[in-house]
Design a protein around this ligand. Structure first.
Ligand SMILES: [Zn+2]
Length: 346
């Protein structure tokens, strides 16, 4: 008997009051008389409970997963909007809601935080919020946006020392980051169809070009959505790494880089698990997220990714790595949480 841990759960069902708070926050940017009076949106525990019971918790039960690593909505981060102060307030409010849900449902949800990134602002501004979320709220990871400009890629690549203060703090706290873009304000890139997958692919290529893990041998990064185009084009990436005189990908990246299983068809998951070592794959569904609806070819929801893993012709031991043990290894602080709520013993 083992656990099924979904490492990619966005709070897409958050109450309207959160959006209203955000609208007022942004209105206050252009009209000082409309500045927020309350520093937090007024949302009751019952309201929070309802959004979860009708949404993520219901689906967890229907599909038979146990625990979701839960974060604010990726599209909602919208780092390109406003300024540093706006992002800091917004991240705090969103993370506090996630914390409350992890308190209301401690056996079903563990927190992953939004960072208060802002275009052109060094990510060292994120350290206090990351530290607060990990040390005070019990979060086990963060979402790191490689493109706070929202589709225009104005920041240096992830391997640039620009990002190092954040990586140093992550290593110190022993938390990984999921590399996840937010919305796209570039009309060329559909957010979930193009910008997300581009973001994943771009992050992977940046990691190949650089030598980030020489400087941070214990840093752990998760590339979502199955790693974007990387697994499908594995030969291209191996070849490019070779041309750049980089070590083999196994040494260069795979001690530190992981992919999730947010790939919404069987043959995609077959390919992912065929190409990428099982040790580097973490179960995830992104429910209720990017793609909602039922696949007429299978009669099941596209994002019901557990079915694809169940169908794989790999051993139970390998499935267990994907469903549970890899997540417990990558999110090193998770075991302490699982122990505290009695999900594991020892
Ligand atoms: Zn995602």
């Amino acid at each position: 008997m083992h656990m099924i841990i979904d490492c990619h759960g966005p709070y897409t069902t958050s109450p309207k009051a959160l959006d209203e708070w955000r609208d007022r926050q942004l209105a206050g940017l252009v009209d000082g008389s409309r500045k927020l009076a309350a520093s937090e949106p007024q949302i009751s525990d019952d309201q929070l409970r309802e959004t979860i019971q009708l949404g993520q918790l219901r689906i967890q039960r229907e599909r038979g997963s146990d625990l979701t690593l839960f974060s604010p909505r990726a599209v909602g981060m919208a780092h390109h909007v406003g300024n540093q102060r706006v992002s800091e307030d917004w991240a705090r409010v969103c993370n506090n809601l996630i914390f409350r849900i992890t308190e209301l449902f401690p056996r079903n949800f563990v927190g992953v935080c939004q960072l208060p990134q802002s275009p052109g602002v060094n990510p060292s501004n994120c350290l206090p919020e990351l530290e607060r979320c990990v040390k005070e709220l019990g979060f086990v990871g963060c979402n790191l946006n490689p493109d706070p400009s929202g589709g225009y890629w104005k920041e240096p690549p992830l391997t640039d020392p620009w990002w190092y203060p954040l990586f140093e703090k992550m290593v110190e706290l022993d938390v990984p980051a999921m590399i996840h873009v937010s919305g796209s304000c570039n009309p060329c890139f559909h957010a979930t169809g193009a910008h997300y997958i581009n973001g994943d692919t771009t992050a992977f290529m940046q990691l190949i070009q650089g030598d980030l893990f020489k400087d941070f041998p214990t840093l752990k990064l998760i590339i979502p959505h199955g790693g974007g185009a990387a697994p499908y084009h594995w030969g291209r990436y191996r070849g490019l790494a070779q041309m750049m005189k980089k070590p083999l990908l196994a040494q260069h990246l795979l001690r530190n880089t992981y992919f999730d299983t947010c790939v919404y068809h069987q043959r995609g998951i077959d390919l992912l698990t065929d190409v990428v070592p099982t040790d580097n794959i973490l179960f995830a569904s992104e429910m209720l997220g990017a793609v909602q609806g039922i696949d007429p070819q299978t009669g099941h929801n596209y994002d019901d990714t557990r079915r694809y893993i169940d169908e794989l012709a790999i051993s139970d031991e390998h499935k267990r790595k994907i469903f549970e043990t890899n997540a417990r290894k990558v999110y090193a602080r998770l075991d302490k949480r699982l122990n505290a709520v009695g999900l594991i013993h020892g």
